[in-house]
Write a protein that binds this ligand. Structure first.
Ligand code: HEC
Length: 150
């Protein structure tokens, strides 16, 4: 490889060759590092795909302004204690929208994943004015955290 680069660079002068060679080498290095990172990431075991501790941070920064993780505590939204496995709109005493109550959804990891991506699209007319979590990893983590609230 370096030999080819030098041959190409030499007709345009020695100084160009000196600049070009480390530059190409650097790009090759970056490329290889990035590839290695992708391989390591892709081959990590599924157990690391969801992280309830990381999900707790997501919950704190994105959800806790409106939702409590304590049973029976209403903020702007209903408590999310025990949400995984329950029917939409079933926290007693919380004034849900009709859209939410009649959505027919049961909150499991798959319905939560869809809902948290874009609440308004999955439950049109929902009172949850939250634009959605667009990072799949953040969704998986916050769902892992919600699963632990029992
Ligand atoms: C701006 C306030 C707000 C934010 C932020 C918010 N929510 Fe909500 N959420 C609500 C409201 C209000 C409802 C009730 C919706 C309805 O009745 O239409 C709701 C409903 C829900 C429901 C359905 C609960 C049920 O009992 O049917 C889930 C699940 C939920 N939110 C999860 C989350 C998660 C997870 C986050 C953070 C990623 C979040 N929400 C962020 C206000 C919010």
């Amino acid at each position: 490889m370096p030999r080819t680069e030098r041959t190409i660079a030499s007709p345009t002068g020695g100084s160009n060759g000196l600049v070009a060679t480390p530059c190409v080498a650097y790009l090759q290095h970056v490329g290889r590092t990035a590839l290695a990172a992708i391989v390591v990431f892709a081959s990590s075991p599924p157990a690391h795909a969801q992280d309830a501790d990381a999900g707790k941070q997501v919950f704190r920064s994105q959800c806790s302004i409106c939702h409590s993780a304590q049973p029976g505590r209403t903020i702007v939204g209903p408590s999310l204690f025990g949400v995984v496995g329950r029917h939409s709109g079933s926290v007693p005493g919380f004034h849900y929208s009709n859209a939410n109550r009649q959505s027919g959804l049961t909150w499991d990891p798959s319905t939560l994943d869809r809902y948290l991506t874009s609440p308004q699209q999955v439950v049109p007319g929902t009172l949850m004015t939250f634009p959605g979590l667009h990072d799949p990893k953040q969704r998986a983590n916050v769902i892992a955290f919600l699963k632990g609230l029992h």
